[in-house]
Design a protein around this ligand. Sequence first.
Ligand code: NAD
Length: 314
Amino acid sequence: MKKLTLLLITFSFLFILSACSQEKTKKSSDSSSAASRQTSETPGNFNFDSKTVTLNSGYQMPVYGLGTYSLHGKECKTSVTAALNNGVRLIDTAHAYGNEKEIGEAVRSSDVPRKEIFIITKLYPDQFSDPEAAIEEALDQLDLGYIDMMLLHHPGNGDVKAYKAMEKAVKEGKIHSIGLSNWYIEELEEFLPQVDTVPALVQNEIHPYYQENDVIPYIQEHGITVQGWYPLGGRGHTQELLNDPVISKIAEHHDKSSAQVILRWNLQKGVVVIPGSSNPEHIKENTELFDFELTDDEMMQIHDLDRGEKHDWY
Ligand code: NAD
């Protein structure tokens, strides 16, 4: 009798174990099919409900933010404050912009908790010879405890060494995610085999007149998030792009501005946007991107505007 009871208990245990493992397999296959659905339906795997993307590093990053190139001193602080007050949680800076200090100050004086804000900064090639010191300098200038994302600003002598220093800083908890800027297909093919960590982000020039339609899918197929700089064409070029008849007509149809249409076009391609502005109205306008959707035909009309016209040398 004792033996029979023991046998029954063992059988019941095995039965429960097998049921649990089937449930787990089902759950993971459910979630993996949901993930693949999301990948095929939303380029870049963007989540339009939370307005974020989960990076390959596991961290979440907002899909729109504020670019801060050319913003300095008080203007920089008030622009970042205006952005934070309007719900922007992603700020892009760089050592080369000379404004990390102001950005750190604006973030620290904001009511928004630090952990809700995502800061990107970059190491410039003239810092690659002593990357450890450059990383410490960025941490010191920003003074925000850690850096959410650090990029190498351009390819250059010592870039692999600098990247390895960033990998080490990730292990030490000083930086959460790392990536590259101004790396295109050829540069990525040469660079990626030399490093251990697949970049979480590549930030390149992308706008309707320079679309990188070959580069974007290449980067995304590697599980890397794409971010576009000069989304509105960059300084000196915005007026032509914002007044483009095709974009203006689409904007009129949706009762949106041309800037909003261009930013939305990027998001629907899975490209994170960081328009630059010091104008609080424009900063707010550039966040209102989620109450309309461009049709396939409108996406195609903008696709046809590509003229391979780079607005900067790198
Ligand atoms: P941009 O294409 O974002 O255009 C900025 C211009 O557009 C400004 O003059 C601004 O006043 C105007 N603007 C912004 N919103 C507007 C709106 N709603 N309506 C009308 N005009 C509007 O150019 P940018 O700021 O130079 O680039 C964006 C960001 O990309 C930079 O701030 C910087 O953070 C980053 N960037 C990175 C690199 C790199 O090498 N990685 C190079 C350049 C820029």
